[in-house]
Design a protein around this ligand. Structure first.
Ligand code: AMP
Ligand code: GLY
Length: 421
């Protein structure tokens, strides 16, 4: 089977690595890829948000299966263009990707499905939004409706911050994404990520993970795309997973199907857990990054079979065979991230890192220049390891971090603190 993966982050390196473990994979191309992916697959330059360009590329290269990693091509309808041309695709249609691309749409679906989530209101004008904030008071959460690369959510602990967020959003800071604003009740609790494979009819819980969104130790500092993750997340007990499937996931999928836009791909539910009950924070229409990395290391070769069964509508007789193990990813990012950071600094020590089904360095923002590996983004490396216990996985992951020689990078030193202290 010839496989094309769209994307070039740590998530796509992990997906590419898992595909390569499976003997079914004859040829693998990743667009645009990165320096780590280039060591295991062919990387191609391609505008991955342009449906006709991607379809043309897939035809020219005789691809059989296309896996779409990030949300932007999904929201742009690249999956629809590929399917219309006859390709088997992992990832939802543009209409179904609205579960990530529009926060107000997700809230409407939750209401129609009776899925528990924060109470909410939507606004297209600043003054009524301000009045709502003054009436409700803080803490309160202000969200740009559209895709804003993870930056469109302001968790405001005081009214002033919430009002300033309204000014920013209607002032154009988030472009078209901020033309509509959703204001939500602030939910307290512990967050976890739940991944469910959906083939339009059947839903298969695939795995759980916990991300670390803040930049610094102790969950301090600004929100980032995610500084580390581990899987499984013990907070998502089997009982809680069953509850989430019954009350949130299945009703959502039924509502999407009822509207004529069934969901196919991975549905990533961000959950807030408190007092033994879960509420939905948000949906994403793709794997989490970095959550995908520990999931893929644990799944290995079977990941490709599962993604293919999802795309082909065969999840009714699929199952996930989990080992009784744990995996952790520690992200190394460029100093300054998520604010301004330098690109082009050299990373040394990578050739000495282990490469096995127990320990992998998945690359995110890297590029190769001659024989050197240079940082090329905010989040740059994902040191990922498996172990019989989470402590073992953590020890291995941090051993790899210590072996990386990159003075211009930084990482959190407390990934997994909720479980390990
Ligand atoms: P999102 O971009 O929607 O994932 O939101 C980013 C982060 O904001 C989430 O991971 C939560 O930590 C936080 N967040 C979003 N909505 C709420 C809410 N209603 N209550 C508390 N925290 C929230
Ligand atoms: N790690 C959070 C996300 O992928 O949205």
């Amino acid at each position: 089977m010839n496989i094309l993966i769209l994307g070039g982050g740590g998530r796509e390196h992990a997906l590419a690595w898992a595909c390569m473990q499976n003997p079914k994979c004859d040829k693998l191309i990743v667009a645009p890829g990165n320096a780590g992916i280039a060591r295991i697959a062919e990387c191609a330059r391609l505008d991955i948000e342009d449906g006709s360009a991607v379809t043309g590329f897939a035809e020219e290269n005789a691809m059989d299966f296309v896996i779409i990693g990030p949300e932007a091509p999904l929201a742009a309808g690249v999956g629809d263009a590929l399917r219309a041309a006859g390709f088997t695709v992992f990832g939802p249609s543009q209409a179904a990707a609205r579960l990530e691309a529009s926060k107000a749409f997700t809230k409407e679906i939750c209401d129609a499905a009776g899925a528990p989530t924060a109470s909410w209101a939507r606004f297209t004008q600043a003054e009524p939004a301000r009045a709502h904030i003054r009436k409700t008071g803080a803490p309160i959460v202000v969200k740009a409706d559209g895709l804003a690369a993870g930056k469109g959510v302001i968790v405001a602990m005081d009214e002033e911050t919430a009002l300033a967020a309204i000014d920013d959003m209607f002032g154009g800071e988030f472009g078209a994404a901020g033309a509509e604003v959703v204001i939500e009740e602030f939910m307290e609790g512990e967050e976890a990520s739940f991944f469910v494979l959906c083939d339009g009819e059947n839903a298969l819980p695939m795995g759980t993970a916990q991300d670390h969104k803040r930049a610094f130790d102790g969950d301090e500092g600004p929100n980032t795309g995610g500084m580390g993750a581990y899987s499984p997340a013990p907070v998502l007990t089997q009982t809680l997973q069953d509850q989430v499937m019954d009350r949130i996931i299945r009703p959502t999928l039924a509502e999407m199907a009822r509207r004529g836009t069934p969901y196919q791909g991975v549905l990533y539910a961000g959950l807030m857990i408190r007092d033994g009950a879960a509420r939905l924070v948000e949906y994403n229409c793709r794997f989490g990054d970095p959550e995908c990395q520990p999931l893929m290391l644990r799944l290995g070769a079977q990941a490709l079979d599962l993604l293919q069964a999802t795309a082909e509508g065969r999840l009714d007789d699929a199952q996930v065979n989990w080992a009784e193990d744990h995996a952790m990813t520690v992200v190394m990012a460029a100093r300054g991230y998520p604010g301004a950071y330098e690109k082009g600094t050299e990373i040394r020590g990578l050739p000495d890192l282990p490469e096995s089904s127990f320990a992998m360095c998945f690359h995110a923002g890297t590029r190769r220049e001659d024989r050197r590996i240079l940082a090329n983004g905010g989040r740059v490396l994902n040191l990922t390891a498996r172990g019989a216990t989470l402590q073992e996985a953590r020890d291995r992951a941090y051993e790899m971090v210590a072996a990386v020689d990159w003075p211009e990078g930084f990482n959190r030193s407390d990934i997994g603190w909720r479980v390990l202290g």
